[in-house]
Design a protein around this ligand. Structure first.
Ligand SMILES: NC(=O)c1ccc[n+]([C@@H]2O[C@H](COP(=O)([O-])OP(=O)(O)OC[C@H]3O[C@@H](n4cnc5c(N)ncnc54)[C@H](O)[C@@H]3O)[C@@H](O)[C@H]2O)c1
Ligand SMILES: [Fe+2]
Length: 386
């Protein structure tokens, strides 16, 4: 074990299990709050889940309001815009329900409600001065793990970039992990968001900041996701597979909080910022080429992942186990029908320099990668997806 110093923090309280969302009323009442704002996006609103959650809170005597127009992978300007709409309504608690986009917006809005400055002043690490309004986060994808991370990701449309904002005040007071809320997630979204969750754990496991805490979360997470993602993709109504995916995703969020993601995420940011490639898809596309680049530096770690993923490791060398994991990653991308050509998103050869330059600036994550990457190395990895 290394002698590094590591740290970890997480949500105030987590309740989970099928049907657990039904307990929301009693928990909100325990906050002493009488007025709650539900924050979500139009796609999740259409499923009826936010209305169900509002009804549960109303039954416990809590008045509720609804903001249902969070933009996917939200542009930074939407935070101040939504704040102006709700600032005088007297909300005491925010309830985020949805994927990472809705959960991240809830964190930003809760912090904006108590900090008298534009959201642009939050950009960076620990720039949010005062604690946010109390928050409940309820994920409906599995997923970003945002419900247990101190991060919120926004798009900067002017710079065609995505950036992460980090603050201890983004950790919620309560998380509800109810797999029943993910049963209706369509296959394409199940695949992309599930691969994002898996990559959080794999990247945390190989991160230069990996430590005993992050390893524990990451290995269990990869085990749950690696053994259930195909079933969740093909049989979306399988509650057991959905439960495993949701737990795997939250554990992935814990792993990345303790150790950080690395080059896959760094290279995914410009694909989202300029070409609108959804976060999970961008990561899943980049997984194999980045891990091929990293291979020599991560062989022993990959060999450990083999067992977690259900690969028969009996009598096999480290090299053979690591290669088997690479094969399984390629098979996952294929079986889950993840696109592997950036051309489908409008990326051409002429964009490679922009992509490589942009990604090379994501030093917060590239610094965690076990093998250094020059701008040329990054360009080379992108070029494999054309
Ligand atoms: N804060 C963090 O720690 C963290 C980590 C990773 C990613 N992110 C960010 O999260 C965002 C992506 O989040 P995401 O991948 O969860 O996707 P998302 O929140 O953008 O949602 C994707 C789509 O899925 C739909 N959807 C969600 N749940 C559904 C359900 N149960 N049934 C039917 N449709 C449903 C939504 O309406 C939306 O159209 C990105 O901005 C990414 O950068 C944040
Ligand atoms: Fe991610």
């Amino acid at each position: 074990m290394t002698a590094k110093i590591y740290s970890f923090y997480t949500a105030g309280r987590i309740i989970g299990g099928p049907g657990s969302v039904k307990e929301i009323g009693q928990h909100i009442s325990a906050f002493g709050a009488s007025k709650a704002l539900v924050v979500t996006d139009p796609g999740v609103a259409k499923t009826g889940l936010p209305d169900k959650v509002r009804q549960l809170m109303e039954e416990s005597g809590v008045k509720t309001g609804l903001l249902s127009d969070v933009i996917a992978e939200p542009p930074i300007g939407q935070v101040d815009e939504l704040y102006e709409r709700v600032k005088d309504e007297g909300y005491q608690v925010l309830v985020g329900i949805g994927g990472g986009s809705s959960l991240d917006m809830t964190k930003l809005l809760a912090a904006r409600m108590t900090n008298d400055c534009s959201v642009s002043e939050f950009l960076g690490i620990e720039k949010v001065k005062k604690p946010a309004l109390p928050m409940v986060l309820i994920p409906t994808t599995a997923g970003t793990g945002s419900e247990v991370t101190p991060n919120a990701i926004v798009t900067l449309p002017d710079q065609e970039l995505k950036v992460g904002i980090v603050s201890k005040h983004f950790l919620p007071d309560l998380v509800i992990l109810d797999p029943e809320l993910t049963l209706g997630l369509p296959p394409k979204l199940t695949a992309a968001t599930g691969m994002d969750a898996f990559i959080h754990s794999l990247e945390s496991f190989i991160s230069t900041k990996a430590n005993p805490l992050s390893d524990a979360f990451a290995l269990r997470s990869m085990r749950l996701i690696g053994r259930n993602i195909r079933k969740a993709f093909t049989h979306g109504d399988d509650l057991e597979a959905r439960h495993a995916m949701l737990m795997g995703s939250t554990l992935g969020g814990m792993a990345l909080t303790a150790a950080g993601t690395a080059a896959v995420h760094a290279l995914a940011y410009p694909l989202g910022g300029k070409f609108g490639v959804p976060h999970g898809v961008a990561n899943a596309m980049l997984l194999v080429p980045v891990m091929e680049y990293n291979f020599d530096a991560v062989k022993p770690s990959l060999a450990e992942v083999a067992d977690a993923m259900g690969i028969d490791t009996e009598g096999r060398t480290i090299d053979s186990r690591a290669k088997a994991v690479m094969e399984e990653l390629r098979a996952l991308v294929k079986d889950l029908e993840i696109p592997t050509n950036m051309g489908a998103f409008g990326v051409t050869e002429g964009d490679l320099d922009f992509l490589a330059q942009s990604a090379s600036k994501v030093t917060r994550l590239l610094g965690n990668n076990p093998k250094e990457m020059s701008v040329e190395d990054i360009r080379e990895v992108y070029s494999k997806l054309l």
